[in-house]
Design a protein around this ligand. Structure first.
Ligand SMILES: *[C@@H]1O[C@H](CO)[C@@H](O)[C@H](O)[C@H]1NC(C)=O
Ligand SMILES: *[C@@H]1O[C@H](CO)[C@@H](O)[C@H](O)[C@H]1NC(C)=O
Ligand SMILES: *[C@@H]1O[C@H](CO)[C@@H](O)[C@H](O)[C@H]1NC(C)=O
Ligand SMILES: *[C@@H]1O[C@H](CO)[C@@H](O)[C@H](O)[C@H]1NC(C)=O
Ligand SMILES: *[C@@H]1O[C@H](CO)[C@@H](O)[C@H](O)[C@H]1NC(C)=O
Length: 619
């Protein structure tokens, strides 16, 4: 993970300045090397500023320049697509490929080959233009702003929320394509012209569905006139809603309620078994790519070699099925003597709200008529520490999940890091750091998730060893998150509503829409939040091969929403979980992080998740 930034000024006479508060945030993302390069031509000047987090290989400072003076700022990981040797650095590999490009279409072809998350800024000196953008999912953040002065333009991984009086306005760069800023033509007219090169599925017409909304009038965003485009590195979604072969129809003769039922169901269908194994294979490989090639596997820089008893990989861990599967698969690929940190965040419940909370919960379960035998309440009652104010639902399922993991892999050291956050600390850190990172997103939901993920990823908590509680801070630079599973496998309750009201057709549309907007809803924000700790967020469920595999399946193979909660949604993943040896966690219903961690309970109960959050506004 790196912090990258570029400030363009269309009058060479005025200096490009990177504001101090932005630089600080960039440095948090890239603590190991910082460098600025200024390029001045007759009519413009550019400041390129890169802050590098060293992940593997030899530290490669950025901005990186080739012999012709082309400059690359790369905030990404090449996990495939372009060959990167074990000792090679991906930033170098990318610039080598870009240097060879003779025209825009060469450059687009390089970018669409890359598998892995990225955002980048590339200054082509000969052509006097700047290319920039985010991968097709927007797994890395990039913001743009057109400063208050005419003719200035800034790109940055992260910025900060300023009092409303400040006129510079930040927006996430839409992950709909890559952009080209022509400095020559700009400087003549004093207006900025941005060309868009859109992401499309092979063979599709590019849609004209982009807008320059929010961009000031001094910038014009246009589709590139050569009609060039980038090919999506994944298969399009299978929108089929009717099985051709009746053998493929969902079979409702089973009533599935427990993980044992799922096991039995799986045994009876060889076709399902095949699918489940394919899913496990592709997901396992995605996890492998994200947990290997870390500092401990190639100790090139001895001063930085991590202590051998420290985990190199951490998982945002609620004990729910998405994070459990990541843990089981990570266990396969991480050397057996290395610990794995499971980061579990809880916000303090006040006494009054605690009682309310548990009453409500029981009430709900009765009314839902759920048949699923494992519920939070069952686990709670068998747990001694019921009265603890940090015993939020995710803490309880997290502990249960830990027990399951210990059964599956008993020799592994699992550090279950209990991260307890008080209201005071939440308030302090939200004002100091988190509100800036969430920016420019601004809803109640962004606030809740942003804060929960920030504290979880910081990894400061306690680990119990026997009866002893020890302070523990996770220093793992790689943080795996389960995001993307619900969007692809119909895990949210709104999917049920959609299915009920408009059937499979409605469900397919909903899933396609959600996958399309995941960059602007979640990924940029989560990248900024996790990156702030000098750690790198990695999303195995959004690996290109995983997405391609899931997209190729018709929706009824992924979920069966006629089955009860805890079973029907993400059905295929639940089957994969039992195949991997998981038990009760395989049938836990989805609980959104803001409720599981109870952060949403701390705040005003009458807010809607989509409301603008006034706690994020600084004065
Ligand atoms: C390349 O070097 C940068 C900076 O040292 C680092 O962040 C990145 O992880 C490296 N990539 C590879 C593939 O070695
Ligand atoms: C549905 O399940 C029943 C009961 O096991 C089985 O006999 C039947 O073959 C299944 N049908 C399909 C289409 O899989
Ligand atoms: C729930 O568990 C009880 C005993 O533990 C068992 O008798 C019952 O059949 C289970 N119900 C379901 C729906 O699995
Ligand atoms: C954190 O909360 C857990 C309950 O989930 C409790 O057992 C532990 O003692 C708490 N630790 C601290 C340091 O407050
Ligand atoms: C979509 O799924 C159906 C049913 O399995 C299959 O027949 C069809 O080939 C799939 N389409 C694509 C494009 O993969």
């Amino acid at each position: 993970m790196c912090g990258i930034c570029c400030v363009v000024n269309l009058s060479a006479s005025s200096q490009c300045v990177l504001q101090k508060h932005v630089r600080e945030k960039l440095q948090n993302r890239g603590p190991h090397s910082s460098r600025d390069i200024t390029e001045t031509a007759s009519r413009y000047s550019c400041l390129f500023s890169s802050h590098v987090l060293h992940m593997r290989g030899v530290l490669t400072p950025q901005p990186l320049q080739d012999d012709d003076g082309n400059t690359l700022l790369w905030n990404g990981e090449v996990f495939g697509g372009l060959p990167v040797g074990a000792e090679e650095n991906d930033t170098k590999v990318v610039i080598q490929h870009l240097s060879l490009c003779k025209n825009p279409s060469d450059l687009l072809s390089v970018l669409s080959q890359v598998k892995g998350p990225w955002s980048f800024i590339y200054y082509s000196k000969v052509n006097q233009c700047i290319w920039f953008g985010r991968d097709f999912f927007g797994r890395r953040s990039l913001l743009w702003s057109c400063g208050s002065e005419e003719g200035s333009f800034t790109l940055t991984s992260v910025s900060s929320r300023l009092p409303d009086s400040d006129s510079s306005k930040w927006l996430e760069v839409p992950a709909v394509g890559v952009y080209r800023l022509d400095l020559k033509s700009c400087s003549q007219g004093g207006k900025l012209k941005l060309e868009l090169y859109p992401w499309v599925y092979l063979g599709d017409e590019p849609s004209n569905d982009f807008s320059s909304e929010g961009l000031p009038s001094s910038v014009s965003l246009v589709m590139n006139n050569a009609g060039l485009q980038l090919n999506f590195p994944v298969n399009p979604m299978n929108t089929s809603i009717q099985a051709v072969d009746s053998n493929d129809e969902p079979n409702h003769t089973f009533s599935l309620t427990s993980s044992d039922d799922l096991k039995e169901f799986l045994l009876k269908s060889t076709k399902k078994q095949e699918l489940v194994r394919s899913l496990i294979d592709v997901l396992s490989e995605a996890v492998r790519r994200r947990v290997q090639s870390l500092p401990y596997t190639d100790n090139v820089s001895p001063t930085e070699t991590p202590k051998s008893d420290e985990a190199q990989v951490a998982i945002l861990f609620s004990g729910g099925i998405d994070s459990m599967i990541l843990a089981v698969l990570a266990d396969r690929h991480i050397p057996p003597d290395k610990p794995i940190d499971l980061l579990n965040v809880a916000f303090k419940l006040q006494e009054r709200k605690m009682n309310q909370g548990s009453k409500k919960k029981q009430h709900k379960n009765k009314n839902n008529g759920e048949h699923v035998n494992v519920s939070v309440n069952d686990i709670t009652s068998s747990d001694q520490r019921t009265s603890n104010c940090f015993d939020v639902p995710d803490r309880i399922t997290g502990r249960a999940g830990l027990q399951e993991l210990k059964k599956i892999s008993s020799s592994r050291k699992w550090n279950f890091v209990e991260i307890n956050v008080t209201q005071e600390e939440l308030k302090e850190m939200r004002e100091k750091r988190i509100c800036h990172l969430v920016h420019p997103l601004d809803t109640v939901l962004d606030d809740s998730i942003g804060c929960a993920v920030w504290f979880a990823a910081r990894g400061t908590g306690i680990v119990s060893e026997g009866a002893e509680e020890k302070d523990h801070t996770s220093n793992a630079k790689v943080v795996l998150t389960g995001i993307g599973a619900d969007e692809q496998l119909a895990g949210y309750s709104r999917h049920r509503v959609r299915f009920k009201n408009s059937g499979l057709e409605g469900l397919v549309k909903e899933l396609a829409m959600e996958l399309g907007r995941i960059s602007s809803r979640n990924l940029g924000r989560d990248d900024r939040i996790i990156g702030d700790h000098g750690k790198e967020a990695r999303f195995p469920y959004l690996d290109e091969d995983v997405v391609s595999f899931l997209n190729s399946l018709p929706v009824w193979e992924k979920a069966d929403l006629s089955l009860p909660r805890g079973i029907g949604e993400k059905l295929l993943l639940r089957l994969a979980a039992v195949e991997l040896g998981l038990g009760p966690s395989a049938v836990l219903p989805k609980r959104a992080m803001q409720f599981g961690s109870r952060i949403a309970k701390l705040e005003n109960n009458h807010e809607k998740a989509s409301d603008k959050c006034n706690r994020l506004v600084t004065s």
